[in-house]
Design a protein around this ligand. Sequence first.
Ligand code: FAD
Ligand code: PHB
Length: 390
Amino acid sequence: MRTEVGIVGAGPAGLVLAHLLHLRGIDSVVLEARGREYVERRIRAGVLEQGTVDLLDEMGVGERLRREGLVHEGIELQFGGERHRIDFPSLTGGRAITVYGQQEVVKDLIAARIETGRPLLFEVGDVTVNGVETDAPSIGFVHDGERGELRCEFVAGCDGYHGVCRESIPAGVLTEFSREYPFGWLGILAEAPPSNDELIYCYHERGFALHSMRSPTLTRLYLQCRPDEDLDEWPDDRIWDELERRFALEGWMLNRGEIVEKGVTGMRSFVVEPMQFGRLFLAGDAAHIVPPTGAKGLNLAVADVRILADALAAWFEHGDESRLAGYSAEVLRRIWRAEHFSWWMTSMLHRLEGGDAFDVKLQLAQLAYVASSPRAAASLAENYVGLERV
Ligand code: FAD
Ligand code: PHB
């Protein structure tokens, strides 16, 4: 098998890259470890920046997103028994976010890929990346019980944090930067209408809580928990009671419903530099992770491959290598901005284990500043909706 760009991973990064390349007439093969049903059902991100929505639209895959996505012009911060609204359009020159599940984006992209007739292989095993220091890299894999080899000009490592591409780079090439947080999120999806029109980021002495949604009938909720929290200790009633306690507000009610999905996510910040080795380019979670409090992971993945697609097109169309050489430095500017924002939101909103009364006072002072100063609020808002330029 031969192609121009071999793409490992059919998450948002791999699928957006494949479609952007297709639109430039560049051939690719996408190899995905999981089955189609699995990747289309995997519940993860929900917040799309304006720039992400605009790109998906320009690519011709935004039709259902425009129809079913929920445009949000603000979020609420809750602390000290009050809610404070951060209004995006007035603070950012008219920008907003769209709530639309990552698995819906993935479904739309898979449908678009299949329509192009270009290859997307699911349930691919034993992926190895070879010869990326030469002009003729290849990807080894097993599909339908048969061993295959994909020869290509470039390899795009879009295989997420646990993928093989980053790991295939020899020791000593990459520098890792990371931070682990001593907490995680217990997330649920419930068949209940959202209890608020907008997302609520809630600081509480019992821990952070987040109210989000997927549709007018589906609520997505998160509770700060231990990183290794045992779900068996969390029967549905306990989850609802805890959510109710943290979100409690005079005259407000949390809608309950059947919990259809439950999971615990650990939290980490992680970046590798550079995001390139020879003809292998890393994009998305394969190269960087943010804690979800800033809602940035999916958006960063899309921002990476937008630049990677342009750089690859410059090479294929004009033999221009400079964009590819500059890819890593170019995307890392946005990545580090998002790393800082995500760390900042996380530090401001979570109860810090081992923290003392001084830490709590600092967090409350910071929240009060963001809620009362339009300048502080504008900083949160412009980062949340996504900076146009970094
Ligand atoms: P992935 O989505 O991880 O895709 C990688 C793909 O590669 C997967 O399909 C995987 O199966 C495949 N793969 C792995 N190994 C191999 C292999 N060896 N061979 C072939 N294929 C392989 N982000 C936001 O922007 N907003 C949010 O609101 C948000 N909320 C989140 C909430 C939670 C609970 C979690 C867990 C994440 C959240 N994120 C959010 C982060 C976001 O989901 C990720 O950043 C995003 O999925 C990154 O996309 P990706 O394509 O880089 O990686
Ligand atoms: C979600 O809806 O899943 C979601 C929303 C905002 C976040 C993280 C996750 O910051």
